[in-house]
Design a protein around this ligand. Structure first.
Ligand SMILES: [Mg+2]
Length: 302
C-alpha cells in the first residue's frame, strides 16, 4: 500500500482506533492506496479510508491498517507470479458467504428483521474482544431473537440476497472453466440456499449451519453436528472437501479469521482476502492476495 499523502487529523474528531475497527462494513475502499495518519499525543496510527455501507446507511469509515503495509504492498495490485499461478491452477474455489459473496452478514440482517439488531450487534462487538467459542457466540446471539420458521420465511421473501458486485461473473467464469465452486459459511443453509441457487451452486457444495424448528415452527436451536457450527469448523470443512474430491489445488476466498484459518496443510493451498466489504487488518496481513474487487480475480484467470 503506497502512501500518496498523509494528513494529520486532530483527536478531537473522535475517529479513534476502536471506533474505526468497529466500523467493519467497508463496501469499497475509495482509494486503497490512500492513507492518512491519526495523531493522538505521541502515538500515531495509520488508517485506510473508505465508505461504510449497509442497506440502511452509508458513512465514511476508517479501517486501521497497521501491520498490513508490507503484505498489501505486494498483494493489492500486483500479486506474486506464483500466487497468480496457484489461482489459475485451482481445481476448487471455496467462498465464504457473509461479507464476501453477499454484502451483508446474514445473522445480523435476520436479527434486525426480528427487531433485535442492536442487541445482537452489541453482543457481537463484546464477543469479538474475547475468546468466545463460535458455537457459544452463535447460540447466545440466536437466543436474543429466537427466529421461528414463519419469521425466517417472511425474511427470505422480503429480503432477497444482496450479492457482492462481480461475484456472479467470477463464479460463472470459474464454473465455465471447469473449476468446482463451494460455499463454506458459518451462516445458515436456509438463508444461503437462495444465494447458491442464484449462482448455480449445487446444494451438495454448500457447507453451512442449519436452524432447527419444532413441530409448530418454533425455534429450537441449530444443528451442532455441522462442522461449521464450531470453532475451527470452516478449516475442517475445507479439509473434508479437498480430501473427498482429491483436489490438488484448492483456494479459499473470504474476509474473516476463520477463512484465513482454512489455509493450512491439508486444507486451502491459498487464501485470498476479499476486502470489498470488510478489511480486517489481521486477516489482510495473513492473506496470499488481498483484493477489493472481484474483477482482479476474473481478469487474472485469463
Ligand atoms: Mg465473512
Amino acid at each position: 500500500m503506497k502512501t500518496l499523502r498523509s494528513v494529520l487529523v486532530p483527536s478531537t474528531h473522535g475517529l479513534r482506533g476502536h471506533d474505526a475497527v468497529r466500523s467493519e462494513r467497508v463496501v469499497r475502499l475509495m482509494a486503497p492506496s490512500f492513507r492518512i495518519s491519526i495523531s493522538a499525543g505521541l502515538a500515531t496510527e495509520r488508517f485506510g479510508v473508505g465508505v461504510a455501507s449497509s442497506r440502511k446507511k452509508t458513512r465514511l469509515v476508517m479501517a486501521m491498517q497497521s501491520g498490513i503495509e508490507e503484505n498489501a504492498a505486494s498483494s493489492t495490485s500486483l500479486p506474486a507470479a506464483e500466487v497468480v499461478a496457484t489461482w489459475r491452477n485451482a481445481q476448487a474455489v471455496c467462498f465464504d458467504v457473509d461479507s464476501t459473496v453477499c454484502e451483508d452478514e446474514g445473522i445480523d440482517e435476520l436479527a434486525a428483521f426480528c427487531g433485535a439488531g442492536e442487541a445482537v450487534a452489541a453482543w457481537t462487538a463484546r464477543a469479538m474482544g474475547g475468546a468466545v467459542p463460535f458455537e457459544d457466540a452463535l447460540a447466545a446471539r440466536l437466543a436474543l431473537f429466537r427466529p421461528s420458521a414463519k419469521t425466517l420465511a417472511n425474511f427470505l421473501e422480503t429480503r432477497p440476497p444482496c450479492l457482492s458486485k462481480g461475484i456472479r461473473e467470477l463464479i460463472s467464469k470459474l464454473q465455465l472453466t471447469g473449476r468446482d465452486v463451494y460455499l463454506v459459511s458459518g451462516g445458515f443453509r436456509q438463508m444461503i440456499a437462495p444465494v447458491a441457487a442464484q449462482l448455480n451452486i449445487p446444494s451438495e457444495n454448500v457447507f453451512a449451519n442449519t436452524l432447527l424448528f419444532g413441530d409448530d415452527g418454533e425455534f429450537t436451536g441449530f444443528d451442532a453436528t455441522e462442522p461449521t457450527s464450531r470453532s475451527g469448523g470452516k478449516a475442517q470443512a475445507i479439509e473434508q472437501i479437498k480430501k473427498e474430491h482429491g483436489y490438488q489445488t484448492l483456494v479459499m476466498v473470504g474476509d474473516g479469521a476463520t477463512d484465513l484459518e482454512a489455509r493450512r496443510p491439508g486444507g486451502a493451498d491459498m487464501f485470498i482476502c476479499y476486502g470489498g466489504i470488510v478489511a480486517r487488518p489481521s486477516v489482510v496481513a495473513g492473506a496470499d492476495w488481498f483484493v477489493t474487487s472481484f474483477t482482479d480475480l476474473i481478469e487474472s484467470l485469463d
